[in-house]
Write a protein that binds this ligand. Structure first.
Ligand SMILES: [Fe+2]
Length: 303
């Protein structure tokens, strides 16, 4: 029990993937430079990271297609190539009907606050109570419950991180319940970057997302780690589109409006956001697969 607690503290506090907190707390430039150089130097020794983040060059004029149909519940070389250059790929008809419906059922549980035993813990209401915000119910669930989703996760982590990494899986049901229009939130509805080290997230929606449904937005190629990218993090204040230097990366933006049963993979060290809801009563079902917990500092150093 105590040993478990200690292990958890070490994992969460000391080994957690480098994030932007250190940079936000240290505006002294030399400290920042050392920190960024250290972690990016370690990351660049991972040959898979090199292929996806360090080697591609930023050229927003000749980018390949990033929207694909399901390819045997797997990835084609075109998909990998597109991910490398764009920092995002979208896969339509991603899950078999039966698995999509299971996901949908779980979202109905969140919506109706009527929970089965499939969740890791009882889902919680994590609504930001300030003016103009969406209501948000969050549930955590084990990836083993989703056969094809797990397969996608294993294949893509092997390709991008260089080894299979187990995701943490969150499901968020959000709704603009009380307001006519949602207000902007830092780190969510501003174009922002999550981390400066190579970083991957998978999103899955069982339902259609139109312009009215707060679609994800991504600045193509903004994940590529070059000198401009490093300088941005050395100087940034907010680490989002309100920093002047961000204009160097935010060139071609796409809004991810998609049909039901779509999966998308994005490198969220690049610039991204969720658009705001503009219609009272709008709602969104989104599943997130993240790798921060199981690909930590040690992995960035030794992989
Ligand atoms: Fe983000």
């Amino acid at each position: 029990m105590i040993l478990n607690k200690i292990t958890n503290i070490i994992t969460n506090r000391f080994l957690r993937t480098p994030d932007l907190r250190f940079l936000k707390n240290n505006i002294e430039k030399n400290k920042r430079i050392k920190h960024i150089n250290f972690w990016l130097d370690k990351s660049s020794r991972n040959k898979n990271f090199r292929k996806y983040f360090f080697d591609p060059s930023r050229n927003s004029d000749s980018l390949p297609n990033y929207i694909f149909e399901n390819y045997k519940n797997s990835f084609s070389s075109e998909m990998f190539n597109s991910l490398k250059k764009n920092g995002i790929i979208i896969i339509k008809n991603a899950l078999p009907e039966i698995e999509k419906n299971e996901v949908l059922q779980l979202f109905y549980e969140l919506k109706n606050k009527n929970y089965s035993s499939r969740w890791n813990n009882i889902p919680s209401d994590v609504t930001d109570k300030s003016l103009g915000k969406v209501s948000r119910i969050r549930g955590m669930i084990n990836i083993d419950q989703f056969y094809i989703l797990k397969k996608y996760s294993e294949l893509i982590t092997k390709e991008v991180y260089g080894k299979k990494v187990e995701p943490t899986l969150e499901m968020h049901y959000i709704k603009l319940q009380e307001y006519e229009e949602e207000t902007l939130s830092k780190g969510d509805t501003y174009l922002h970057t999550d981390r400066f080290v190579p970083h991957l997230k998978i999103f899955y929606t069982p339902t259609e997302i139109t312009l009215d449904d707060a679609p994800f937005e991504y600045a193509l190629s903004s994940h590529i780690i070059d000198e401009n990218y490093k300088n941005f993090f050395k100087n940034a204040v907010n680490f989002d589109e309100t920093d002047n230097d961000s204009k160097k990366f935010i060139k071609k933006k796409i809004k991810v409006t998609v049909p039901q049963n779509t999966l998308y993979i994005a490198f969220t060290n690049g610039f991204h956001k969720r658009n705001v809801f503009r219609k009272k009563g709008s709602e969104r079902y989104m599943m997130y697969l993240q790798y921060v917990k199981n690909f930590n500092k040690l992995n960035y150093i030794f992989s």
